[in-house]
Design a protein around this ligand. Structure first.
Ligand SMILES: [Zn+2]
Length: 477
């Protein structure tokens, strides 16, 4: 039997090579002939299904309904909101002909759906009674980035939810903003075991066409930050461009207020990158389709009995969707490595000696080893899985906290960024100061302005004038 082909580089030595190998060898994704477009293999797609299922349920509780709009967007529609189109122009893929015939008008392959949805909204919304309108799509978008694609983290086609809500007043919009950001951050914490930095983007970094952007930023092991789920308060910028108006209670014509929000398949890559190790994939138990693998320790004379007990345990623990690895001709060690590589949270070993003692050896993907009575398995496993989730979250939190350095000194700030950390510093709101910091740090950007702010702010780290906020600054993936 050949040796298990595991990951051949160390995460701490060469993160990007480690990550690529992880994705391929754990069977999360595969490349295709179209650069930047990956196959989501079942092991990753089932995680995305869970994202959709859990978040969708929460969305519906606040009246968000699902819908589907076309993949193709006429150029004339897309270009109605100038800032918006400027933000997307370099990334848009166009359909220019059908068969041999050139189209009269180019069609954009959906980079985001504001244009096509708001054209419909302008027809549907007439009165204050039509509001709020909260529609969501679970779909795919194409952004033809030309930087090096990286599976999940930077792909030309990705999957997401795109929510597009319409309101008559700011109070309702703000209320939903808080709920939606909480839905996302709860999912990150309770399912993905990930903490994040929640805050508002600076005007310079907000979404093209938005009044304000709120984001959850996650720090990955190479010290870079990735923008996770976000929420954009568009004010009435799009309402004016797409002519979405309603008659209020006094029969007066008003522009609507709008908001959009999304979580993307990028988050899958973030989660794989943070939790996984040099043995392979580590999945938070709630997101693992198979939470358990049973590996019988096979000897000729006791094989039948051990298999029989293993079958019985498999049936009893059915809710964990266990895999019974009864392949012969593979050593237990070989099987252990394979299931570690594939991220199965628990491994249950059972051999003739265990059978006699009426117990099994249970090993968690985080390396904890326990002897457990067979009769106590169903009682103990939920707690063990819960503890695994907690441990993953704590490790991720430690990684995040260790990556953040608070400083209000420009030279120190530059050093922090050089050392691949994230700085928490104070800035005035002048975009010039942000631009300067970006050029001095070889491209570090403001990530977001945390909701929790100090009561007495000092001076802007760059210009020395009174600071307007403390803000995270770092290299962004
Ligand atoms: Zn300044």
């Amino acid at each position: 039997m050949s040796k298990q082909e595991g990951i051949t580089v160390k995460k701490e030595q060469d993160f990007s090579e480690w990550y690529q190998q992880l994705i391929l060898k754990s069977e999360l994704a595969d490349y295709t002939q179209v650069s930047g477009c990956i196959v989501f293999r079942p092991r990753s797609y089932q995680v995305w299904e869970k994202v959709q299922k859990v978040i969708d349920l929460e969305f519906k509780k606040i009246g968000i309904q699902n819908s589907y709009f076309p993949l193709f967007i006429p150029e004339s529609l897309l270009s109605r909101e100038q800032e918006h189109v400027k933000g997307f122009t370099p990334e848009v893929a166009w359909v220019t002909q059908s068969g041999e015939e050139k189209l009269n008008e180019r069609l954009a392959v959906r980079p985001t759906s504001e244009a096509i949805m708001y054209d419909s909204y302008s027809k549907w919304i007439r009165s204050y009674r039509d509001l709020p309108l909260k529609l969501n799509q679970w779909n795919n978008v194409v952004r033809w980035e030309f930087k090096n694609p990286v599976p999940f983290l930077r792909t030309r086609e990705f999957l997401w939810n795109e929510g597009h809500n319409v309101y008559s007043n700011e109070k309702d919009l703000d209320k939903d903003r808080d709920i939606i950001l909480k839905i996302y951050s709860d999912f990150l914490k309770d399912y993905m075991a990930l903490p994040g930095l929640i805050g508002r983007k600076t005007d310079r970094e907000k979404f093209a066409g938005a009044k304000a952007t709120y984001s959850i930023e996650i720090i990955i092991p190479n010290g870079k930050a990735i923008q996770g789920p976000d929420f954009h308060d568009d004010g009435n910028n799009f309402a004016k461009a797409y002519n979405i108006k309603y008659l209020d209670e006094k029969e007066k014509e008003q522009y609507v207020l709008q908001a959009t929000y999304a979580i993307t398949t990028r988050m899958l890559g973030v989660m794989f990158a943070i939790h996984s190790d040099n043995k392979g994939l580590v999945l938070p138990p709630k997101l693992a389709e198979n939470k358990l693998v049973i590996v019988p320790i096979i000897f000729e004379d006791s094989k039948a009995k051990v298999f029989k007990e293993a079958e019985k345990i498999k049936k009893e623990l059915g809710i964990y969707n266990p895999i019974l690895d009864d392949r012969e001709g593979y050593s237990p060690g070989w099987k252990f490595s394979e299931w570690e590589l594939k991220g199965i949270p628990l491994r249950l070993e059972i051999g003739p000696k265990d059978l006699k003692a009426k117990q099994v050896v249970l090993v968690t993907r985080l390396g904890k080893k326990l002897n457990i009575k067979i009769s106590e398995l169903s009682k103990k496993i939920p707690k063990i899985l819960e503890e695994m989730h907690e441990e993953l979250y704590k490790n991720a939190e430690k990684l995040m906290k260790n990556s953040i350095v608070e400083t209000n000194n420009l030279n120190e700030l530059i050093k922090v960024i050089e050392n691949k950390k994230i700085a928490l510093t104070q800035l005035c709101k002048s975009e010039e100061c942000e631009e300067w910091i970006k050029s001095k740090t070889n491209g570090a950007k403001t990530l977001n302005i945390p909701f929790k702010q100090k009561t007495n702010l000092g001076k802007c780290v760059y210009c020395g004038k009174k600071a307007d906020y403390s803000v995270y600054i770092g290299k962004s993936y």
